[in-house]
Design a protein around this ligand. Sequence first.
Ligand code: COA
Length: 698
Amino acid sequence: MAEHVRREARGRVGVITVDNPPVNALSLAVRTAVRDQLRAAVADPAIDAIVICAAGRTFMAGADIREFNARPVEPTIGDVAGEIEAAPKPVVAALHGTALGGGYEIALGCHYRIATPTAKIGLPEVNLGLIPGAGGTQRAPHLIGVKVAIAAISSGRHISATEALAMGAIDEIASGDLLEAAIDTAQRLVGTTLRRTLDLPIDVSALPPDFFATERVAVAKRYRGFDAQPAVVDAVEVAVKAPSAQGIAREREISWDLKQGAQSKSLRYLFFGEREVAHIPGIGRETPLRPIASVGVVGAGTMGTGIAVNFLNAGLPVTLIVAKPEALARGRDTIGKIYARDVTKGRLSPDVEAERMGRLTTSLDMAALANVDLVIEAAFEKMSLKQEIFRSLDAVCKPGAILASNTSTLDLDQIAAVTRRPADVIGTHFFSPAHVMKLLEVVRGDKTANDVIATLMNVAKRINKIAVLSGVCFGFIGNRMFEGYVRESQRLLLEGCTPAQVDKALVDWGMAMGPCALVDLAGIDVSYLTREGNRANLPADPSYCLIGDRLHQLGRMGQKAGKGFYRHGPDGAASDPEVETLIRDEAKRLGIAPRVIGDDEIVARCLLPLISEGAQILSEGIALRPVDIDVVWCAGYGFPRYRGGPMFYGDTVGLTQIVDDMAKYARQCGNDFGYWTPSPLLRELAAAGKGFKDWTGA
Ligand code: COA
């Protein structure tokens, strides 16, 4: 593995280059070789100074996450950073691409950091449920100050070179060639007093005496439920209050404890999962992609405009088709408002806004789509309307154009069937707001061609989405599972809970929002119409989503109408006694006696149907792998990432326990409609003492 790190002399400067594609992860072999080359350069009398850089697309992007299941083997990245810092010759880090995690910790050990203008740095370990374990929490406060260090490390965000320079996280931005600049600097530093990060004083004069206690509470609140972020404060506190050797040791301990915990395991699973979902069995990387250089969007409602923004942002021209003349200006306005908000908040410059708006064309005429490479239909959720649109698209679009539907529930095959080119038809289910939400369900119809799927998975990456492939069924992966979750949340209301109580129990458990608040946000009418579209398949249960139906009848359409499960005002959502009376009246009418229900029961009754339906979806081949389901739920439905997703969580609890709990609720609630009958796959895996992780395919 020594070939992954090489050293050459450039005059009297030793250049150590890490070359371990794709991201120069610091595996044991790589960090050992970096240390050995450092020692050799220090020992070499022909060398006065050292540069550490990397080949390929990026500086070292961190530790090798695949090694995280075992105890770190020496030399650790921290050991190497320490040796660099102690070196008697100047060591300069030359940063390009993404200098992240262990990579940036190596740079922190260097005596000087120089970066390209496009480089990004960061300590994103919290995203893996960890704190930096190679001196990051100890060195960063010396360099950038206590408050800024806590904010940067606990957010885990990538920081641009300009911002990094302003905060002191790097020392210089190279105007020309990075390596040449680094070599020049290294030469210049020869004979000067070396700036060792851990020796720099930490300025604590502005910190109030209770700073760390207050900060810990604030960070815990901001990153509700996560263990790693408050631990960042603990580690930085040691950096301030104890000698550096003690701080380095304490940081290592905290990092190791977190690494073994359930949260980090879940988050690491999702890290690889979010990349695995892009790999579709049977569709290799060699599959040719159709070129996508222009896009059409049909429909300028909330979804259509949000979808258009994604492509405008990615530099693609978009033709937006509207049905009525008055919608021409409205569509453009809606998109303009999205950008205007970003400009006001300083997230976007007026120039970039103008450039993006300049790529937008609106038209009433489908013929304007004759030459686009991809069309996404985002019209009202009605089969006859979608079929009419697809007939027109089939008539006007050029051969080879991809025709996509943003349907969230309808049968894609019936839509594809009205065209003469079903192989070119695919589903692209965006989540609202479409320009913000990371998830995209790509729906494979019976006849969708492999290159169309491969192209859409690639397009998703270009527009910064996480795409998950789903087969055709009502609601695809996410909304199909959501059905049982919402059903149970509303049944709990009839049995004695309030919407606030149900929501609080699930939010306390980790969900980003409770189900009642979520349905209010999405629209009471939206979930009602979804049920209407599937009535024939719904159970003959008089209590089934009854409160949602009644709210719809009363015109309480949710947040947009100012009332739904809650009353919504400028100060947010508040419980509404009218809704509570409605719930009690309906319960009485159905003869359901109210009782006191604990949080554990609320959480279990909402999650068990989710897990069982996930198993069913797997066995039907709708989702390719358990991780696809988990990614959908974490990226699209606010499932707590630190629990890994419903399937991973099911495995954490144990599938035998899940089956036993379902049997318990079958006894308690009755099982006339089969709600508590586990999916056969769930039962089989449990009986065999296995988990979803052992599942080998439908
Ligand atoms: N360890 C092991 N493998 C890693 C890795 C790491 N630190 N970082 C990335 N990879 C792998 C990915 O799994 C992926 O593998 P695949 O092609 O088999 O799916 C490959 O490298 C490319 O990564 P990808 O994320 O697809 O590339 P990108 O260009 O979109 O993003 C990064 C590059 C570096 C920004 C991104 O990979 C990243 O954020 N990595 C993690 C950084 C991190 O958390 N470091 C701290 C760890 S201490």
